[in-house]
Design a protein around this ligand. Structure first.
Ligand SMILES: Cc1ncc(COP(=O)(O)O)c(C=O)c1O
Length: 381
């Protein structure tokens, strides 16, 4: 049996809704399925305003544009994240300031943020690694004290909750990804959440190539014109139809994915208790969306051994992110690997396990068996 790292899941409603979108004759952005999806998201999680965009990457770019990130600004973010997080500030000429992560949560360490703040700092840009919510209350408290904007990269945390508040509802701006690797997918897709009511109208201009077309659609103007910078940050209604199908089945998908989390805890918790590996330990404050599962090995050699043993049985685990500060572009910006030793060690020792909704239906027992055997061999009692 082959267990890939990721595989898309279909709920059964995708084709029906996509066909309906195509037959409607109106498939550009902000049509019927976009509207339905936005309504569903708002009703379920209480976001102030939702913009459906072509990807999580586009959401981050649109958010950075909305925050007026410009040359001379500094943005504090973890090095342990995807290139899209950092590119959103680099393409607008700002300097990324990388902050260490907490190796227990893999999220930006709130205790290390304040020392990095300078008069140039404009934004804090935390992520929710593997769907585990970052400490957004603490981050907002720091931001408010220093008059900074917070954009939370929730690419992996749609449906996660922190202290009773759904991810994406607390910061000024938040972004989601609906890429095929995510829990709910349109193939490619994303959303920008704007929680500052005064920023919402400008966001409609940025999304529509810098025009006030949204005012024409709402009957407030006869002709639209170029009023701001902007780009084409719209999700096609065809893809929104697919996303709508997935979000209608959110509970079913979450229940299946929760089975994977449970199975992996069953394999790895005892090694965590023996202190030979790290795995996340969600607290009572953090409700996870079951996006992913990682294991932090004690050495790079043990990580390699684990991956090799799994691969020999056709089970494909993955190494996770390469830290950004020590990547070729990070080095070009003047960073050195030793600047962030905790992050560097995580980059060397972490493994992401196969995690996709359909694994709950087929292959989970096999995967568990393969991993149990590998761990027994690497860490015999
Ligand atoms: C933390 C993070 N931010 C941003 C993105 C980019 O999302 P997308 O692939 O939808 O552009 C990803 C994708 O994996 C991600 O993990």
């Amino acid at each position: 049996m082959k267990i890939p790292f990721n595989k898309t899941y279909q709920t059964g409603d995708e084709e029906k809704f996509m066909l309906e979108a195509i037959r409607s004759g109106a498939i550009c952005g902000n049509n019927q399925f976009c509207k339905k999806t936005i309504e569903l998201m708002k009703q379920k999680y209480g976001f102030n305003e939702v913009f459906l965009v072509p990807s999580g990457t586009a959401a981050l770019e649109m958010g950075a544009m909305l925050a007026n990130i410009s040359p001379g600004d500094e943005v504090i973010l973890p090095s342990y994240t995807f290139s899209s997080t950092v590119n959103a500030v680099v393409i607008f000429g700002a300097r990324p300031v990388f902050c260490e992560v907490d190796p227990v949560t893999m999220n930006m360490d709130p205790e290390k943020i304040e020392a990095l703040i300078t008069p140039k700092t404009k934004m804090l840009l935390p992520i929710d690694y593997a769907g585990l919510p970052c400490d957004i209350d603490k981050i907002m408290e720091i931001a408010n004290r220093h008059n900074l904007i917070v954009m939370q990269d929730c690419a992996q945390s749609y449906g996660s909750v922190y202290k009773g508040k759904p991810c994406g509802t607390v910061p000024h701006i938040a972004t989601f990804s609906f890429h095929e690797t995510k829990n709910y997918s349109a193939g490619e897709g994303g959303a920008l959440i704007v929680n500052v009511p005064e920023w919402v109208q400008r966001a409609t201009f940025l999304q529509e190539k810098g025009t006030d077309r949204s005012l024409v659609i709402n009957g407030m103007k006869n002709k639209y014109s170029w009023v701001d910078k902007g780009s084409s940050y719209l999700l096609s209604d065809c893809l929104a139809a697919m996303l709508y199908a997935q979000l209608l089945h959110e509970d079913e998908i979450r229940t299946k994915r929760a089975m994977l989390t449970e199975a992996y805890f069953d394999v790895f918790q005892k090694y965590h208790d023996r202190d030979v590996v790290g795995i996340f330990q969600p607290t009572a404050k953090q409700e996870i969306n079951h996006h992913a599962f990682w294991v932090l090995f004690d050495t790079l050699e043990h990580r390699q051994e684990f991956m090799t043993k799994c691969k020999a049985k056709d089970v494909y685990a993955y190494i996770g992110y390469m830290p950004l500060h020590s990547s070729p572009y990070g080095l070009k910006l003047g960073y050195k690997p030793e600047d962030l030793p905790v992050t560097e060690n995580i980059g060397n020792c972490i493994v992401r396990l196969p995690f996709y909704t359909g694994l709950a239906d087929e292959g989970l027992e096999y995967t568990k068996g393969v991993m149990k055997q590998a761990m027994n061999e690497i860490y015999p009692l």
